[in-house]
Design a protein around this ligand. Structure first.
Ligand SMILES: [Zn+2]
Length: 176
């Protein structure tokens, strides 16, 4: 198939995207969305390059959703949210634009958007790098690098504190 990216140009395998990771294990990562629709808007991605959900093994699928549930629970507690939306766009016909499986996790609060279903049309808006032009202009403003770094650092610390950080072989950094 030539309608989705190959591994070489996949943004989810790019170190810049990996820099927005705040929790993960050997197989999956939770990354912060560069243009969040609402606070906490994250993406759950498999570390290996997989284009479609159906290409995950049954075991990977189970662990993918178990990890996603954990991260969602963490986000709801961290942002004191009431609910959440999950979304996977699988296939071009479904709106998939990045050829690497990713689950959107969007925390929700009563009255956060004019209508509860408005998140999806916003998800499909183009991302803009010029926030001043983006206010209600039909685009999603992208966070500045500094803001993104700050959020990712704070979420990473909170995730560690909540005990959802990976059991990953890390060089000795002392206990805690
Ligand atoms: Zn990829």
């Amino acid at each position: 198939m030539s309608d989705t990216q190959n591994e070489k140009e996949c943004p989810f395998d790019h170190p810049g995207v990996r820099a927005t990771e705040y929790a993960g294990n050997d197989d999956f990562a939770a990354v912060y969305n560069i243009a969040p629709i609402l606070p906490g808007h994250s993406l759950i991605v498999p570390r290996r390059h997989v284009e479609r959900l159906g290409l995950l093994s049954e075991d990977e699928m189970c662990r993918f959703f178990a990890f996603a549930r954990r991260i969602t629970g963490f986000l709801l507690a961290h942002f004191t949210a009431e609910g959440f939306d999950w979304a996977i766009q699988d296939g071009v016909s479904a709106g998939q634009t990045v050829g690497h499986v990713h689950l959107h996790v969007i925390p929700r609060w009563p009255g956060d958007l004019p209508s509860p279903g408005d998140w999806y049309s916003r998800l499909r808006l183009p991302i803009t790098t010029s926030p001043p032009d983006a206010v209600d202009s039909g685009a999603r403003p992208r966070l500045s690098e500094a803001d993104l770094r700050k959020i990712v650092a704070s979420l990473g610390a909170a995730a560690t504190e909540a005990g959802i950080q990976p059991v990953r072989a890390a060089p000795d950094e002392g206990g805690g």
